[in-house]
Design a binder for this molecule. Sequence first.
Ligand SMILES: [Mg+2]
Ligand SMILES: [Zn+2]
Length: 196
Amino acid sequence: MRPLAVFLDRDGVVNELVPDPVTGLAESPLHTEDVRLVGGVGESLGILRSAGYRLACVTNQPAAAKGIVPVDQLLSIQARVQELLSDVGVRFDTVRMCLHHPDGVVSDLGVSCCCRKPKPGMLLSAATELGVDLSGSWMIGDTDADATAGNAAGCRTVLVETPGSHHKRDGSDLSGVRALDLTSAVSIIVRARENG
Ligand SMILES: [Mg+2]
Ligand SMILES: [Zn+2]
């Protein structure tokens, strides 16, 4: 039997969103010192790992394409997330980061790509690398784009109702399951597996 995976959105699921100083809206962290893991992430990812799931991080990071920060800064932030995860004893088996944005102002990155969620490109690519069976796999995210990408890849989805990103969940995707946080999302996945 092929292994199963849980695909994890990053911002608002694995690490906390950060209030934008100007708009007040909760956004992806843009400075390494702003990276904070959500509560219980070490335990949550450890439970998935123990249940046999491969863990893949799939994250849209368009800030460089928009000219807000350099690509290197986004890579440093991703490295910081992984460092903090390592501190709590867990790690991703693979990571996919989409640096594109269709309205981006930076050449090469300002393109319409196949990887930016809601498209499933990052999930499909990670699934190929890990050799996983998508139909038994799950996507955990906090926006409709995450759920849509998970469904398009052929996975089941759990939408985490992170308060700061409520405006990115307009209910257009109702095919998935909802959870209050990562801890409850993981419980749902483990319970579904136990119930066959
Ligand atoms: Mg998110
Ligand atoms: Zn992309």
